[in-house]
Design a protein. Structure first.
Length: 147
């Protein structure tokens, strides 16, 4: 998938805020299935559109309208994350297994940006997982204390 444009808050299509915003990424099968399901759902509703989240006529949704719809949905379902915070969540979850440089390419960050420092947050169970890893590392080095 090639990301080569952005829609700003004035509903104008732009090239993105910088050169990092224009990038090519590969969507995994899971993401492709989600996009396919979204397209099928829209089609069942009689909406054929080039947009992933179009308005009820199939036209581009205004960013503020999409934000308001998300806010309504998340409040109804007890979700605390804003749309932008979901980006932070994705990076926080992926940071343990995906090298920072690879994530930077996906999210459009420059090489000098501190992606993990700014976007990476603690994930539930992360500290316990770290303790377990350290236990495994040091159990090979230190004598057992269970005697």
């Amino acid at each position: 998938m090639e990301i080569k444009r952005s829609v700003n808050k004035y509903c104008r299509i732009t090239e993105g805020k910088n050169k990092n915003a224009r990038r090519t990424i590969v969507l995994n099968n899971q993401a492709m299935d989600i996009l396919k399901s979204q397209k099928e759902m829209l089609k069942k509703g009689g909406i054929i559109s080039p947009w992933v989240f179009p308005d009820e006529h199939g036209d581009m949704t205004e960013p503020d309208r999409l934000k308001r719809k998300w806010d309504t949905y998340r409040k109804q379902h007890g979700i605390k994350s804003t749309i932008h915070e979901l980006r932070h969540t994705m990076i926080s979850i992926a940071k343990a297994k995906v090298p920072e440089q690879w994530l930077k390419q996906i999210v459009g960050h420059s090489g000098s940006m501190d992606t993990f420092g700014i976007y990476g947050h603690e994930i539930y169970g992360e500290k316990e997982q770290t303790a377990d890893i350290l236990t495994g590392i040091f159990s090979d080095i230190l004598p057992s204390t269970k005697d």
